[in-house]
Each structure stands twice: as C-alpha cells, then as structure tokens.
Design a protein around this ligand. Structure first.
Ligand code: 0X9
Ligand code: ZN
Length: 299
C-alpha cells in the first residue's frame, strides 16, 4: 500500500506503478517511457476507463527538477486517487490521463544519496555534471534565463535535447494522439504558469489559460485556503527559455499548458517536510479535477 506520509525512492515509485497495472488491468496501462542517462527504467501510466476510443488526454509529468520532491509525490497521489478511489471514477470516464511521476530519476536519486538540493540531470561535464533539463528543449533554446556555463544551475546543455530525458519527452508527446493538456509539476511558490516562458509574449489563448488558472486556484483555495498566483511564466516569475512547457505548446502543439509550482516548505523551500505531503497532495487534487472537467467539456 502506498502512503503519503513519506517520500518514495525511485524504485518504490516503479514498484507502485507495477502493482497498480497488475491490480487494475482494465484501468491502468504501464508503458515504458525510456531509460534515463544512468539507465534507470522510466515508466508512465495511462489511466482510462470505459470503451470510447479517442478521448482527450491530459499528460502530467513531475520531477524534471530533482530536488522538488513534492512534485513526484503529487503525481503519485493523482494516480492513486484516479485508480484506487472509486469516488473519482467520473474523472477517468471522459478523459484519459498519462502520468509520468519522475522525469529525472537520476537526479532524484542523487538528491536522496548525495545532495538534497540537486536540481539538474547527472550527465557528466568536464568541470561540473548535470544539465537543467528544463532549459534543454529546442524552442527558443538559450534565448533567456539559461546558461551556457556547465556549472550553472540553469545550464541549458551543449545543445538542445542533449539530455536523453528531454528527448524522451519530445518523442512521447510527438507520437501520442489527442493530448489536450500538458501539466508539469514543480516546486515551489504556488504559481500556475502558462506560456510563454521564453520572453514577454503571450499565446493567442492566454485569456482562456488565465481564466482556467483562476478556476483551479479557486478550487484549491476552497478546500485549504492555499492561494496560487496565475500568469505567464515570464510575467509572474522570469523569462527562461527551453523549458518543457514552452516545448509542449510550441513544439508539440498542445493548447492547454501549465507549469504548476506547488507549495514549498522546510529550510530551503524544496525540502517540504514529509508531514506536509498529505495536505499538499489532497488540495492539489482539487485542481486536477477542474482541469479534467474543462478538458472533458471542451473537446
Ligand atoms: O525555472 C524553472 O524551470 C521553473 N521554476 S523552478 O523554481 N521549479 O525551477 C519555472 C519554469 C517556467 N516555465 C518557463 N520559464 N518556460
Ligand atoms: Zn522546477
């Protein structure tokens, strides 16, 4: 049984996904996403009920930044609730979910074993290791908020898509039909960020994204009082090009795209104590319900 009073190692995440696929074969399909640089097996689940063939899909990933442990935990709770809580059956009737709980497993394990504040991948450099995978996507790559110095926390890589994990995401989004929404989980700061992040421009549908963001914020606030700030990445945070959200919209053509910066805590913000996981994952689930509703009604 999975519990949300502790953070899980990558092996435990994989074991949970395996178990779910065995226990709920009608609802859960386990798929290989590929292998990480250090050859860890990366799996995702597709969650779907009923027969109807081409439902709209919500794609969710987490953990592109190693130290943001609450992100994989939130993705796992989403999986857990969609699959194991019959009260949520309506959430998987009209939409399919594809959820990848850990996009940077090498970095994630490194943040357990060696450096709790590790952010990047672990691919070797000459002076410093690792690349900020969220600067490595080939959309306005290196144009803003990214570094060409390999020791920087925001090192964008020798070239776009130098990182195998970023390439896997590119390839997965390209080959998968009907993805209507892309949600990428990060921490921290309580932001709902929509494109663009590469510079101070807005997508055509920014009003729709802004409005939906406010609906999500309202739903979360109603259960816990937690408030999110909504806006484009550039307006609300800073310009940073080459991130997965901009790629999802600009490269993969997905219209509904958000980076969700979950709440922080602990000493450094990323080290939210395990005792607070439950509160965050439960309130955030209310936001996922709003996304599901929207995607189901607007297909
Ligand atoms: O800087 C990032 O990659 C994200 N913030 S974090 O503190 N989790 O590192 C924000 C990314 C927002 N999206 C774009 N700038 N495209
Ligand atoms: Zn992040």
């Amino acid at each position: 049984r999975i519990s949300f009073d502790q953070y899980l190692r990558h092996d435990q995440i994989n074991a949970y996904l395996d178990q779910l696929a065995k226990d709920y074969p009608d609802t859960v399909t386990l798929e290989s996403f590929g292998q990480s640089y250090e050859k860890r097996q990366m799996n995702l689940v597709r969650i779907s009920s009923g027969s109807s063939s081409s439902k709209p899909v919500i794609f969710v990933d987490a953990g592109i930044h190693a130290r943001e442990w609450i992100a994989p935990a939130t993705a796992l709770y989403l999986i857990n609730q969609l699959v194991e809580n019959p009260a949520n059956s309506d959430l998987i009737r009209d939409v399919d979910w594809i959820i990848l709980p850990c996009l940077n497993p090498d970095g994630y394990e490194y943040s357990w074993n060696s450096d709790r504040l590790w952010r990047k991948t672990v691919s070797p450099g000459s002076l410093c290791n690792g690349c900020d995978a969220n600067r490595n996507f080939d959309f306005h790559w290196m144009e803003a908020g990214a570094s060409s110095w390999e020791c920087s926390e925001t090192y964008a890589g020798k070239q776009a898509f130098s990182e195998v994990e970023a390439r896997h995401l590119r390839d997965y989004l390209a080959k998968t039909a009907n993805i209507k929404a892309y949600l990428t989980l990060h921490s921290y700061g309580q932001y709902l960020l929509y494109p663009w992040g590469y510079g101070n421009v807005l997508p055509d549908n920014w009003r729709e994204l802004d409005d939906l963001g406010h609906q999500v914020d309202n739903a979360i606030r109603a259960v816990s009082g937690t408030r999110y700030t909504i806006g484009s990445s550039t307006q609300v945070l800073y310009a940073a090009a080459g991130a997965s959200d901009d790629w999802a919209m600009g490269g993969a053509g997905i219209d509904i795209v958000y980076t969700i910066e979950l709440p922080g805590g602990g000493v450094y913000g990323f080290d939210l104590p395990a005792s607070r996981i439950q509160g965050v994952v439960v309130e955030t689930f209310e936001g996922f319900k709003v996304y599901a509703d929207y995607v189901a009604k607007n297909r």
